[in-house]
Design a protein around this ligand. Structure first.
Ligand code: NAD
Ligand code: UGA
Length: 475
């Protein structure tokens, strides 16, 4: 018998759960969508009246919240109650790399997924379709199903479950666009009817031919593979960029020349400071772990080299800056423009800026850091620097300062004051509009501009009397 899906919940109100459920709520006004998180602070921010205070920054997200929040979209920490009334439950919790124990440094830590499966088993009622939205190792669905169907955990009562895999392919910074116009939606599962229920939800805005149905293991593996292929392209182009610098070629010209071959394609060929973000490294390492686990060390080594090259590339940039500044940056001031792992997000997870800034601090430089969406507290946290409280009275961010040779600035003009070099690490639009004539007067000569994102107007920098270096440019 066909049921009608009226109540959906999603466990995990993060970078995926928040935007994904917001778009579902917008496109399916007939469905109530509850987004759950055990982090009360995060939920409070999602419920904030001031939409500039949402816990994540995504262009277009505020507009959807304005329209749907309180109507058919709700953010809550009341997990048990919401699970009990849900027809369909998405699991969208974090799956970071394990820090210790078997598989440490490579395998995914599935403890949060397991907690969710136990919660769903215990508190759900009737028939529930459970959907893996998190990125998971192949065969996790088996683990989830075993927990859900364990009578000691679910206490019987006629509970039944279907488990589907529906990985998310959105990119941060363009999440709302990606969710609204996906290249494809992937659904893996065993039960055709359960797949149909989920497919019907997407069909409210996604053309049917873009909804791909596979077996559950293919779906889980396809997500890891997609990220591995994308990251591999970046390591490939960054490796060629280093060769360009050594040979007199220009990586932008090489990228254009190869990208016009339709078999290669032009996307994801921008050489930069190395890929960041919470997923590429973790998902490739997970693939490496799985390959080794299944007795395929050659496959594991092939994919691991993508991560190794990325790390090498980031340290290469730090070393290059030291060399250009006469072999020492001790006591010199370097202005870092951009700390987010890419533009249009406040996310700094695995950002190239973290490793590069740590290297430069280690070499004795003083860093002045600017980013339009990342704050000092986040940067300090990423650099492993503890905050010092000015007094005991307030928890507001103004009441903290940080140890170490760095300062955060809200304004670019202030950040560059007396600096020996400017290093552009995130491709924020504002950095391509900088008035270099003005900036050059504030810097200490001979001053350098290092553009790791190819967004700075080269001629304007050189005309202002500054030295200029750009990624992958050997010309
Ligand atoms: P995130 O850390 O931003 O959010 C996860 C949230 O889950 C956190 O707020 C955490 O408090 C909550 N949580 C964990 N366990 C919980 C529990 N038992 N009950 C309630 N809440 C719980 O993570 P994210 O970036 O949204 O990623 C989630 C998953 O999606 C990961 O597997 C990731 O690989 C995958 N993914 C991420 C992206 C991305 O762009 N960030 C894109 C595609 C896929
Ligand atoms: C990536 C994938 O693109 C998404 O499809 C996937 O869903 C997501 O990971 C995930 O699973 O988490 P995201 O990490 O948000 O999305 O951002 P990307 O646009 O892929 O960028 C990743 C990193 O690569 C960034 O540091 C970016 O600056 C860098 N990059 C990207 C380049 O250096 N050059 C490029 O040409 C493209």
């Amino acid at each position: 018998m066909k049921i009608s899906i009226k109540n959906i919940c999603c466990i995990g109100a993060g970078y995926v759960g928040g935007p994904t459920m917001s778009v579902i709520a917008e496109k399916c006004p007939h469905i109530r969508v509850n987004v759950l998180d055990r982090n009360q602070e995060r939920i409070d921010l999602w419920n904030s009246n001031d939409l500039s205070k949402l816990p994540i920054f995504e262009p277009g997200l505020d507009k959807i919240l304005e329209k749907c929040r309180g109507k058919n979209l709700f953010f809550s920490s009341e997990i048990e109650e919401n699970i009990s009334v849900a027809d369909m439950i998405f699991i969208s919790v974090n799956t970071p790399t394990k820090k210790k124990g078997y598989g440490a440094g490579k395998a995914s830590d599935l403890k949060w997924v397991e907690v969710c499966a136990r919660q769903v088993a215990k508190f759900s009622s009737g028939h529930t379709i459970v959907i893996e939205k998190s990125t998971l190792p192949v065969r996790t669905a088996e683990v989830i199903k075993t927990i859900l169907c364990d009578k000691n955990i679910n206490h019987g009562n006629q509970k039944t479950f279907d488990v589907l895999s529906n990985p998310e392919f959105l990119s941060e910074g363009s999440a709302i666009h990606d969710l609204t116009f996906p290249d494809r939606v992937l659904i893996g599962g065993e039960n055709d009817l359960a797949i149909e229920y989920l497919s019907e939800i997407y069909q409210n805005w996604v053309p049917k031919e873009k909804i791909l149905k596979t077996n559950i293991w293919s779906s889980e593996l396809a997500k890891l593979t997609a990220n591995a292929f994308l990251a591999q392209r970046i390591s490939s182009i960054n490796s060629i960029g280093a060769l360009c610098e050594a040979t007199g070629a220009d990586v932008r010209e090489v990228a254009r020349a190869i990208g016009t071959d339709t078999r290669i394609g032009s996307k994801f060929l921008d050489s930069g400071p190395g890929f960041g973000g919470s997923c590429f490294k973790k998902d490739i390492l997970n693939l490496v772990y799985l390959s080794n686990y299944f007795g395929l060390p050659e496959v594991a080594n092939f994919w691991e080299s993508v991560v190794k090259l990325n790390k090498w590339h980031q340290h290469r940039l730090s070393e290059l800056i030291v060399k250009k500044l006469f072999g020492t940056i001790s006591g010199k001031k370097i202005c870092i423009l951009g700390f987010a792992f890419k533009a249009n997000t406040n996310d700094t997870r695995e950002s190239a800026a973290i490793n590069i800034c740590k290297d430069l601090l280690e070499e004795g430089a003083f860093l002045s850091i600017h980013d339009p969406k990342v704050d000092a507290k986040q940067i300090a946290n990423d650099l492993g620097i503890k905050p010092i409280r000015k007094d005991n009275l307030s928890n507001s961010s103004e009441n903290f300062e940080y140890e170490g040779n760095w300062l955060f600035y809200d304004e670019i003009v202030k950040a560059v004051e007396n600096s020996d070099a400017v290093l552009v690490l995130t491709e924020w639009d504002i950095y391509s509009e900088i008035n270099w004539k003005l900036i050059s007067k504030k810097m200490r000569n001979p001053a350098w501009v290092f553009d790791a994102r190819s967004i700075v107007k080269q001629k304007k920098v050189i005309d202002s009397g500054l030295n200029f270096w750009r990624i992958g440019d050997g010309s």
